[in-house]
Write a protein of this length. Structure first.
Length: 321
């Protein structure tokens, strides 16, 4: 019993606590700690890859498959249930600025309307969020987007721009949607770029409403969004979010916010460490060293050293007459 607990609490006791303990408490703790860490740069200095000053974010979602017999209230498909986390990620520190937990059957496009974006900001996303009415509302609000054009999209070319030399740009065009649904939802001019993927025999076709940036920058913004999938993947791989104590909605939300708090703690430890850690290795080794008596900073910088022996009991001996 390394923690002084002789017997583990009953699972039903924990499930009852997760049913009545408000998940909003953990949600508020996460956002408060994240805001304080960003203000104090406790997660490291932000890395600005691009020269523009617009706020760059990435909109994405991840689905967590659940057991249909236990989570019948979030039935997703015929054989299983599921929950979905809709996340708006900051490109500076790869941490969320907005999180919305819903049933897995909720559409990504409909949930995108609940995300508040400031005028002048740029949001990168995949084709799951392609909705011309959504694009039109964002353009009216002064929000820029970079996504990938659907293969079946119909448009007319308004202007053929000059391709930059010695760059992996094949096409740079100003287009207008031609289908009635597209014109009704987004009657504005859009920009279509065709770019080669480095080290791959493939091309990507970014679609954006930003007409001023260079075509190389537009392609780089979309490719950089692929890296933003790593935090979502880390949550599913390292935080064991499928191990729930309780089957109600409140227990599910508690587990998800606990996973996000754990991710924030790992990012903080990653910043403190001088070793060349990866997030997965840090999570695995931290799990193995939770019960060792060692100063955390020494362990972060020298994880392979032999741990010290447990200290003697701290109970004072009383001299009784």
């Amino acid at each position: 019993m390394p923690l002084g607990i002789a017997k583990a609490p009953c699972r039903s006791t924990l499930a009852c606590a997760n049913e009545h303990r408000p998940a909003a408490l953990l949600e508020d703790l996460f956002w408060t700690w994240l805001a304080r860490s960003r203000d104090q740069q406790a997660l490291g200095k932000r890395k600005h890859k691009f020269r523009f000053k617009n706020k760059l974010t990435n909109l994405d979602s991840t689905t967590i498959t659940l057991c249909l017999n236990l989570f019948l209230w979030v039935k997703f498909r015929r054989a299983n249930s599921g929950a979905k986390a809709h996340v708006l990620l900051d490109h500076d520190d790869h941490l969320p600025t907005h999180v919305l937990l819903t049933e897995a059957r909720r559409s990504d496009v409909k949930m995108a309307d609940s995300v508040l974006l400031n005028p002048g900001s740029i949001v990168a996303m995949d084709r799951g969020y392609n909705d011309y009415s959504l694009f039109g509302r964002w353009m009216e609000a002064g929000v820029f987007f970079v996504t990938r054009l659907n293969d079946d999209a119909q448009f007319e070319i308004v202007e053929e721009r000059t391709k930059p030399q010695h760059r992996a740009i094949c096409v740079d065009q100003i287009i207008r949607l031609t289908l009635d649904k597209g014109r009704a939802g987004c009657p504005h001019l859009l920009r279509r770029v065709v770019a080669l993927v480095p080290k791959k025999e493939d091309v990507i076709v970014p679609l954006t409403n930003h007409l001023e940036f260079g075509a190389t920058t537009i392609a780089a913004v979309y490719r950089d969004g692929w890296k933003l999938e790593l935090p979502l993947r880390a949550i599913k791989q390292n935080m064991t979010v499928k191990a729930f104590v309780g089957t109600c909605e409140n227990a599910l939300r508690i587990r998800m916010w606990t996973a996000l708090i754990t991710l924030l703690l790992l990012k903080w430890l990653h910043h403190l460490s001088c070793a060349n850690w990866s997030l997965s290795n840090l999570a695995s080794l931290l799990r193995l060293n939770l019960s060792t008596y060692r100063e955390s900073t020494k362990w972060l910088n020298h994880p392979l050293e032999t741990p010290p022996l447990p200290p003697p009991p701290g109970q004072l001996m009383l001299a009784l007459s």
